[in-house]
Design a protein around this ligand. Structure first.
Ligand SMILES: *Cc1c(COP(=O)(O)O)cnc(C)c1O
Length: 460
């Protein structure tokens, strides 16, 4: 039986752990790890757990100290192989970036840049110029700006244009977009007053018109990105809302959510409204994410009327929400792929959406063959991949993947080991088998995927 008094002192444990540590390991870091290790051991003993005395030996404790230090010095944020088939997976970091975006971010991040410096004139410049001309050209608007994410874009627009005044929203659009972003809450936080019109399933343009008064600051349309209402439903077309707004001199703000510059229908997907369509329909301001279907770094993009964008830019909150140089560099490179007409080749999100079924089948066949050659029971299966990220709810793309029978410990156990290993792999479990949807697995990650699956399932 081990007692509290048998635990070594912090100093003695540090000395024991020190022997096998890098000499440069700071004493303070070692001390913190030793204290944490002893705290854990003490708590276990106090709670009456009777741990294996071996686990409390000074050697075992020293190993624990070294493991803690190693963990503290390893980035907790690290690459993951996404075998779920969900292309814009918010929990897995949404859009993988294009080679051009990454190169631009590295180039600008490694040194100084003309972020806010006009190289022509040799004087202070604006960080906004780097994105504005690209965004206005692509969207056909007068003005544009970028903030940290689309939630911030909507918030900034509401605060700058509607604080203390009324914003009219269809009852069917006073929704939760996900992870704490509820339109009614954001409105309240901005100081704007929510005026809901219509009903959950049916709202007409005249409902908006009837609600307009001298306190009205904005009409807000929120794209239903992550749910679909079907049946006896009606929402006015954006153009009708724009007409109501124009007739009463009230601007129309369109929160597109994902927002795309490219049509989704050529891929057999439902129609996701494009930024250009919103602008053409008469929205005065349009907001959308940088890291959903756009396929760039996290950002919130705002395009529209110059006078309105100017009001947003001048608001003190704009400074708090501004994007940094690496984001600007990555976004600019991403937008240039669209301008060049190369987005579907260069931007990973669009490449994944557009992979031909035959290509996926061929890749799945090769992966299944490599796994079978190692003695695993693997077969090519049909998959339904999703776009995700609050875009195109319920829409799927037919694809191909590999199903692998787990070892005797079961699919759940194997999935856990794959998640915890290096590189981490997130797969799905379907009918007690591990399912790897290859659409979202980067081709260069396939060898690592095969190696890890053999290690985990082969040893199971
Ligand atoms: C995703 C989404 C947001 C939030 O955008 P983030 O870039 O995640 O902050 C807001 N509105 C809609 C309609 C969305 O789909």
């Amino acid at each position: 039986m081990t007692h509290l008094r048998d635990l070594p002192s912090v100093d003695r444990l540090m000395l024991a752990a020190r022997a096998e540590l890098d000499e440069a390991t700071p004493q303070a870091l070692l001390r913190a790890a030793a204290r944490a290790e002893l705290d854990t051991a003490r708590r276990a003993l106090q709670q009456g757990e009777a741990p294996d005395p071996e686990a409390l030996s000074i050697e075992a404790l020293a190993r624990g100290v070294r493991a803690r230090i190693e963990q503290w010095l390893t980035p907790s944020l690290r690459p993951v192989i996404n075998a779920t088939g969900v292309i814009i997976q918010t929990n897995l970091g949404r859009a993988p970036l294009s080679a051009a975006a990454l190169a631009a971010m590295a180039a600008v991040g490694a040194g100084y840049s003309n972020l806010e410096y006009d190289l022509e004139r040799g004087e202070r410049g604006s960080r906004n110029v780097h994105l504005e001309c690209l965004l206005t050209r692509l969207s056909g608007t007068e003005a544009a700006m970028a903030v940290n994410n689309n939630a911030a874009a909507v918030y900034l627009a509401l605060i700058a244009l509607a604080a203390g005044r009324e914003v009219i929203v269809s009852r069917g659009q006073a929704v939760e977009i996900g992870g704490g972003f509820r339109i009614p809450d954001v409105l309240r936080q901005s100081g704007a007053i929510l005026v809901e019109v219509g009903t959950t399933n049916r709202t007409y343009a005249r409902d908006y018109a009837d609600a307009i008064n001298e306190r009205t600051a904005l009409l807000l349309r929120v794209h239903s990105s992550n749910f679909r209402l079907t049946g006896f439903v009606h929402e006015p077309a954006l153009g009708e809302l724009a007409e109501v707004g124009r007739a009463h001199g009230v601007p129309l703000l369109d929160d597109l959510g994902s927002g795309t510059f490219l049509p989704t229908t050529p891929y057999g997907l439902a129609r996701e409204p494009t930024v250009q369509e919103s602008v053409d329909a008469g929205a005065d301001l349009v907001t959308f994410s940088g890291d959903k279907l756009l396929g760039g770094p996290q950002a919130g993009l705002i395009v529209g009327r110059r006078d309105l964008v100017e009001q947003l830019r001048r608001h003190p909150l704009a400074r708090a929400l501004r994007v940094d140089k690496t984001t600007i560099a990555g976004l600019a490179a991403t937008l240039q792929s669209y301008l060049r007409g190369r987005a579907t080749d260069e931007i990973p999100v669009w490449r994944m959406i557009g992979i031909p079924l035959e290509t996926l089948r061929a890749r799945a066949t090769a992966v299944a063959a490599a796994l079978s050659a190692a003695g695993l029971r693997a077969e090519v299966v049909a998959c339904q991949s999703a776009v995700g990220g609050g875009s195109l709810p319920g829409e799927t793309l037919p694809g191909a993947g590999v199903a692998v029978a787990p070892g005797p410990e079961g699919a759940e156990h194997c999935a856990t080991r794959l998640r915890r290993g290096a590189p981490a792999i997130v797969a799905r479990i379907v009918d007690e088998r591990l399912l790897f949807d290859l659409r979202t697995v980067l081709a260069e990650d396939e060898p690592a995927l095969v190696r890890r699956v053999i290690e985990v399932v082969g040893a199971g």
